[in-house]
Design a protein around this ligand. Structure first.
Ligand code: C2E
Ligand code: MG
Ligand code: MG
Length: 618
C-alpha cells in the first residue's frame, strides 16, 4: 500500500493488492518469506541489498518493508535509517528480520525507526500476523491522516466562512453606525436652515451652565430672537418666501457672530444664540445692537424686497439656574418685553419680569375660567348729548366679578386677554350683551327711543377672518337697529394694516353701524390718514380734559381736537368730564357729546335704567 497525497489533499493507498518489499542478502530467506506472503495475497518484491531496495522504492513505494539486519556493507539499521531520512519513504513501516543467533539489538531497532521484528527461522503464522498488524496499523494511520486533513480543510473552510461573516458584520455595523450618526445629526439639526435645533441648543446651554459651576471666570449669555410680524410675510408672500427669508435671516445672524458662538433655530421665526466667553453685559448688548443693525438692511427674496425687524431678549447665564430651560424661558420673557416696548429692540431680563410673567400666566388662567363661569359683567356709562343736555347713549365697559378680588377693571386684564387671544371671546360677548341690553331698555315704553350703544373693540378683532360675519350674526340675533350701534376703535386698528382694515371699516359703514375713534390724540395716526377712514366720531381722550385749565384762556389741545372733528365732518365726544367747569368749557367749544363721572360712573344695568327713567338734564 502506497500513501500518496491526492490533489484534494486526501491521503490514499494506491489501488490493488498491498505491496511488501523484503530486503535480505540471503536468497533463501527471500524466497521463503515471499512465498509465505504471496500465498496470503500480498504482492511481494525482493531486494538483496540497499541499492536494490532503493531502486525498488523509486519505482513504487511499498506499503511495508521487511528488513534483514545482518547484511554485508550496509546493515539493516543503516538501511532503515536511510529510509527514515527520506521524506518519501519515512512513513513506510519497517519490520526487522533477525536470526535467533544474531546479536540483535531490539532497542536500536526501534530507535532507528523499526516497528516490529520477526525472528528466524520463520514461524509462518507469526510472520503473517505481524505483517497484517503493521499493514492494518498503517491503514489506520492513513485513515487518521485523511481525517486530519479533512478536518484541517474544514477548519480552513470554516475559518474562511467566519472571516467572511465577520467582514460582512463589520460592514453592517459600520453602516448602522453611519445611519445612527445621521439620525442623531438630524435629531439635533433644523432641516430648513441646517442650524442646530432647540434640543441641541438646550444641550449646549446645559454644558455652559455646568462650566459656570466649575470655572470661576467663565461667563456666558443667551439671546432669544423673534422676528416681528413674520406672520404678515408668510400670509402675504406665501410660505416659500417665508422659508427663504428664514434661511437668509439665519445666514445674516451668523455673520454677526464669532465662530465660538452657537446659533440655533428654536422653531418658527425664533432663533437662539449662546455667547460664550463674554466678559460683561455691555459686550452682549453690543452684539445685540450689531444684529439689529445688520437685520435693518432689506432682504431680497426672489422678486421681493422684504424688511424684517427682530425683538431680542437677553439673559445673562448664572449659577442660580438649575435647568437650561429656565434660562431660555427668561430670555423669552425678556424678548416679549422688548416686543411690548415697541419691537425692533433688545431687552435684558431681570427677575422682576419673571414674577410679572407668572402673574400674567395666572391671570390668563383665571380669565379663561372667568369666561367659562360667566364672571364677566357689563357696566354702562351714559354719554350726554350736549345740545339737549340729556342722555344720548351709553358706553359698554366690561368688568370682571372676581370671586376673591371683587370687581376687577378692564385695564387690568384687557392687555392679557389681547396677548392670549381671549379678547375675541370677551369682545364678542360684550357686544352681544350690550346690543341685548339696549333692546331690552328700548322695549320699555318710558325709555326714549333714540339711545345709542357704544362698544369697544380690540384691534386684534380686525385680524380675525370671520369678524364681520360675527357682527352680522349678533345684529341678527339681537334685532338691534345697526344705526344705534357705535363701535369704538383705537388708532392702533388703523395702524395695523391699512388696506384690509379700510375694507373692513367700509363694510361696517355699509351696514349703517357708526364708528368712533376712541382715545383720540394718544396714538400716532396722522390727520390725513385719519381722514381717509369712514369715521363718524372722535372721542377726545380724558388726559386732554385733565390738562384743561380752569380758566377759559388755556384749554390745551381740546379746542383744536374738536375743530379737527368738525372740519372732517365728524362729531366730537369729550371723555372724562369730571366737573362743571369742564362741562361748560366743552359746551362753549360746541363739543357734541360728553362722558364722565360728572354725569355718572359706569354702572350696572338696573342702576342705569333708574337713571334713564329719572330723565336727568345737564
Ligand atoms: P375707554 O374705552 O376709553 O373707556 C373709558 C374709560 O374711562 C373707562 O374706564 C371709564 O370708566 C373711564 N372714565 C369715564 N369717565 C371718567 C372720568 O370722569 N374720570 C376718570 N378718571 N375716568 C373716567 P374703564 O371702564 O376702566 O375702561 C378702561 C378701558 O378698558 C377702556 O377705555 C377701554 O379701552 C377698555 N375696555 C373696557 N371695556 C372693554 C371691552 O369690552 N372691550 C375692549 N376691547 N376694551 C374694553
Ligand atoms: Mg371706549
Ligand atoms: Mg377712551
Amino acid at each position: 500500500m502506497n500513501i500518496t497525497k491526492s490533489n484534494t489533499g486526501d491521503y490514499s493507498s494506491s489501488s490493488g493488492e498491498q505491496d511488501i518489499l523484503i530486503i535480505d542478502d540471503t536468497p533463501d530467506n527471500l524466497r521463503v518469506l515471499s512465498s509465505i506472503l504471496a500465498r496470503v495475497g500480498y504482492k511481494v518484491r525482493k531486494a538483496l541489498n540497499w541499492q536494490m531496495a532503493f531502486t525498488a522504492c523509486q519505482t513504487k513505494l511499498p506499503d511495508l518493508i521487511l528488513l534483514d539486519i545482518m547484511m554485508p556493507e550496509i546493515d539493516g539499521y543503516e538501511v532503515c535509517q536511510r529510509f527514515k531520512a527520506n521524506q518519501k519513504t519515512a512513513d513506510i513501516p519497517v519490520i526487522f528480520i533477525s536470526a535467533l543467533d544474531d546479536v540483535f539489538d531490539k532497542v536500536k531497532a526501534f530507535k532507528v525507526g523499526g516497528v516490529d521484528y520477526i525472528t528466524k527461522p520463520f514461524e509462518f503464522a507469526e510472520v503473517i500476523v505481524r505483517v497484517q498488524n503493521q499493514l492494518k496499523l498503517r491503514s489506520a494511520q492513513v485513515e487518521i491522516l485523511n481525517l486530519n486533513n479533512q478536518l484541517e480543510e474544514r477548519v480552513k473552510q470554516r475559518t474562511l466562512e467566519l472571516e467572511n461573516a465577520l467582514y460582512k458584520l463589520k460592514i453592517e455595523v459600520r453602516s448602522r453606525q453611519e445611519l445612527q450618526n445621521k439620525l442623531l445629526e438630524n435629531a439635533l439639526r433644523d432641516a430648513l436652515t441646517s442650524l442646530p435645533n432647540r434640543v441641541f441648543f438646550i444641550n449646549r446651554l446645559e454644558q455652559a451652565l455646568n462650566r459656570t459651576k466649575s470655572e470661576l471666570d467663565y461667563h456666558f449669555a443667551i439671546l432669544f430672537i423673534d422676528c416681528d410680524r413674520f406672520k404678515i410675510v408668510n400670509d402675504s408672500l406665501g410660505h416659500l418666501v417665508g422659508d427663504e427669508l428664514l434661511i437668509a435671516i439665519a445666514k445674516r445672524l451668523q455673520t454677526s457672530l464669532s465662530p465660538l458662538d452657537t446659533l440655533a433655530r428654536l422653531g418658527g421665526d425664533e432663533f437662539g444664540i449662546l455667547l460664550e466667553n463674554v466678559s460683561d453685559i455691555d459686550m452682549v448688548t453690543g452684539i445685540a445692537e450689531r444684529i439689529l443693525n445688520s437685520l435693518a438692511q432689506h432682504f431680497q427674496i426672489s422678486r421681493y424686497q422684504v424688511f424684517v425687524n427682530v425683538s431680542i431678549g437677553i439673559n445673562w447665564g448664572n449659577l442660580n439656574y438649575e435647568k437650561p430651560e429656565y434660562l431660555l424661558r427668561d430670555a423669552d420673557t425678556a424678548m416679549y418685553r422688548a416686543k411690548a416696548l415697541g419691537r425692533g429692540r433688545f431687552h435684558i431680563f431681570n427677575p422682576e419680569m419673571h414674577k410679572q410673567a407668572i402673574k400674567t400666566l395666572e391671570l390668563e388662567n383665571d380669565l379663561r375660567r372667568a369666561l367659562e363661569r360667566q364672571e364677566l359683567i357689563v357696566y354702562y356709562q351714559p354719554i350726554i348729548c350736549l345740545k339737549t343736555g340729556s342722555i344720548g347713549g351709553f358706553e359698554a365697559l366690561v368688568r370682571w366679578q372676581h370671586p376673591t378680588r371683587g370687581l376687577v377693571l378692564p385695564t387690568e386684564f384687557i392687555s392679557v386677554a389681547e396677548e392670549t387671544g381671549l379678547i375675541y371671546a370677551i369682545d364678542t360677548w360684550v357686544l352681544k350683551s350690550a346690543c341685548n341690553q339696549l333692546r331690552i331698555w328700548l322695549a320699555n315704553s318710558l325709555v326714549p327711543k333714540n339711545l345709542h350703544m357704544s362698544v369697544n373693540l380690540s384691534a386684534k378683532l380686525f385680524l380675525q377672518p370671520n369678524f364681520l360675519a360675527q357682527i352680522d350674526q349678533i345684529i341678527y340675533e339681537t334685532k338691534l337697529n345697526p344705526a344705534f350701534l357705535e363701535l369704538e376703535i383705537t388708532e392702533s386698528v388703523i395702524m395695523e394694516n391699512s388696506v384690509d382694515v379700510k375694507t373692513t371699516l367700509n363694510e361696517i359703514k355699509q351696514r349703517n353701524i357708526n364708528l368712533t375713534m376712541d382715545d383720540f390724540g394718544t396714538g400716532y395716526s396722522s390727520l390725513s390718514y385719519l381722514h381717509s377712514f369712514p369715521l363718524n366720531t372722535l372721542k377726545i381722550d380724558k388726559s386732554f380734559l385733565n390738562l384743561m385749565q380752569k380758566n377759559h384762556q388755556n384749554m390745551g389741545l381740546v379746542p383744536a381736537m374738536i375743530g379737527i372733528a368738525h372740519s372732517m365732518g365728524m362729531k366730537a365726544i369729550a371723555e372724562g368730564v369730571e366737573n362743571s367747569e369742564q362741562l361748560s368749557q366743552i359746551k362753549d367749544l360746541k363739543c357734541n357729546f360728553a362722558q364722565g363721572n360728572l354725569f355718572s360712573q359706569p354702572a350696572p344695568p338696573q342702576h342705569i335704567l333708574d337713571l334713564i327713567l329719572s330723565n336727568p338734564k345737564w
